[in-house]
Design a protein around this ligand. Structure first.
Ligand SMILES: Cc1ncc(COP(=O)(O)O)c(C=O)c1O
Length: 506
């Protein structure tokens, strides 16, 4: 028998003394503050190659056998990240749909990680779960969606859409898919979405057992909006074949051009046909908060479910998506299990019952903080400003010689560089695609602006999406000239001989 007293202390190398934590923490906050203060003066990206990045990281170094001092490690990590990253926080980052991040959200993530609540169960996260519930209710209220809905924070738009998809599948399949799965006798479930729908729909159909052939790609009109007449015909044809339509996906702000489907009509059709009506508002949904939002956008409030991304137009640091389902019971019906090893003695919302995750981080805090920091009015102002700047960009592109404006919806502008001497020649389309592809590659590498692309009617277009509260009118006004400069440079290098005569003549 041991005679020694049990030890009340323990040496664990990961532990930090309060002094050490304070010192390292203050240092990192200072570094981040300096980084944010200088972001405009930095390139959007360094454009370094994978090899160069790995060299800076010393990617080949071995797992350390012993530890290092935290403050020095943080300084090294900050140096690596600040000097070798792409910054979507930069005022001239307009690529994909990735927003600038609220600085308060950055601090919120620190606070969330410090308490480290597991938001799968209320008992493990009493205050955090209630903050999440309040955040979900506020998001719904901002959109005009019923505050009585069920919902939860997830990692992003894909996951939010997946959650809603699974709620729809369980509600409308007509049998208990969760237990029976898809036997050989199961009817073929059919999903309807426009051809502009984000690729999450393919992943959902694939991952959740329907197969991508179950997706009916409905054609769009000239403004990239789903054609309701074509949808009606597709549903009728499937029913006649003995298939089982169950879900219509409308998009509130398409990923390529920001198009808004005719949500009001889609909602009416779904009512009539007894189909689940889901709206993918991952990008554009928050614009429904604007007093002058179009009626079709506001009609997302009629949906059975809505996917929406705080890490897009609420400017939350990654990751933050949100699924809203009108009837909270539909979420529980799609996700809840009660294993023996879960005993939660308190009657409260356990988010494990509402989505695919069990252990869950505290994503809601950064969103909750930002909603309180800006308030509804602050968000209306920032989103309106982004749209106003996109309008300004569209106009600057329209009047700029050498640029061809293609679309402008919400805060997305698509356009391309067309050398003035080639403007009216039908035979040059293939070359214009190569030219604009290379313009985009160079833009993405050199760090003056960061755009992405869209493809419309087989044309490769440059695409600017402003979800960025740092972008100014000066950033917008200088963009067309920059793109034309790149366009001329690439055109000088790439133009094929048969199109050259006109180049030398200009
Ligand atoms: C309309 C739409 N839906 C879904 C997504 C997927 O969102 P995430 O990348 O956050 O998963 C996006 C992303 O751009 C989107 O624009």
């Amino acid at each position: 028998m041991s005679t020694s007293e049990p030890s009340a202390t323990r040496e664990a190398v990961l532990e930090m003394s309060p002094e050490q934590f304070r010192d390292a923490g203050h240092r990192v906050v200072d570094l981040v503050a300096d980084f944010l203060a200088t972001i405009r003066d930095r390139p959007v990206t360094t454009g370094e190659t994978p090899l160069e990045i790995r060299r800076h990281l010393q990617a080949d170094r071995e797992l350390p056998e012993t530890g290092s001092e935290p403050r020095a490690l943080l300084e090294e990590a900050a140096e690596l990240l600040f000097n070798h990253s792409l910054f979507n926080n930069h005022p001239r980052f307009w690529g994909f749909i990735t927003s600038s991040a609220s600085p308060l959200g950055t601090l919120g993530d620190l606070l969330a990680a410090a308490v480290n609540p597991n938001c799968g169960a209320w008992v493990l996260s009493p205050m955090a779960s209630e903050i999440e519930a309040q955040t979900v209710r506020w998001i719904a209220t901002l959109l005009g969606y019923p505050a009585s809905c069920g919902g939860l924070l997830v990692s992003g738009g894909n996951q939010a859409n997946f959650v809603c998809f699974l709620a729809a599948r369980q509600a409308k399949a007509g049998w208990d898919v969760r237990s029976a799965g898809f036997g050989p006798a199961a009817p073929s479930l059919r999903v309807y979405s426009s051809k502009e729908t984000h690729t999450w729909i393919q992943k959902a159909a694939d991952l959740f057992g329907l197969g991508t052939d179950s997706v009916r790609w409905i054609p769009t009109d000239r403004r990239q909006r789903m054609r309701v007449d074509a949808l009606r015909d597709a549903i009728a044809a499937d029913r006649a074949r003995g298939d089982r339509p169950f879900l219509v996906v409308g998009t509130a702000g398409s990923v390529s051009t920001g198009a808004i489907d005719p949500l009001l009509e889609l909602s009416e059709l779904c009512q009539k046909e007894d189909l689940w009506f889901h709206v993918d508002g991952a990008y554009g949904g928050f614009a429904a908060a604007l007093p002058d939002a179009p009626a079709d956008l506001k009609a997302l409030t009629l949906a059975d479910s809505v996917a929406i991304d705080p890490h897009k137009w609420l400017y939350a640091p990654l990751e933050a998506g949100c699924a809203l389902v009108r009837d909270p019971e539909r979420l529980r019906a799609a996700f809840s299990y009660h294993p023996d090893y879960y005993h939660f003695g308190i009657a409260a919302t356990n988010y494990v019952d509402y989505g695919p995750q069990n252990s869950r981080g505290f994503r809601a805090l950064k969103v909750w903080l930002a909603l309180r920091h800006a308030g509804r009015q602050g968000y209306v102002q920032m989103i309106s400003d982004d749209i106003r700047l996109a309008n300004e960009l569209a106009e600057a592109v329209r009047v700029c010689e050498g640029l061809e404006l293609k679309t402008k919806d919400l805060s997305i502008v698509t356009f391309r560089y067309v050398p003035p001497d080639l403007a009216d020649q039908a035979a040059v389309e293939a070359y214009l695609n190569d030219l604009n592809r290379e313009v985009l590659t160079r833009l993405q590498q050199r760090g003056e602006y960061f755009l992405s692309n869209a493809v419309l009617d087989d044309q490769f277009l440059l695409r600017a999406c402003i979800v960025n509260f740092r972008t100014t009118s000066a950033d917008v006004q200088a963009a067309p000239g920059t793109v034309v400069r790149y366009g001329k440079e690439v055109d000088q290098e790439l133009r094929p001989a048969e199109l050259r005569r006109s180049l030398t003549a200009t």
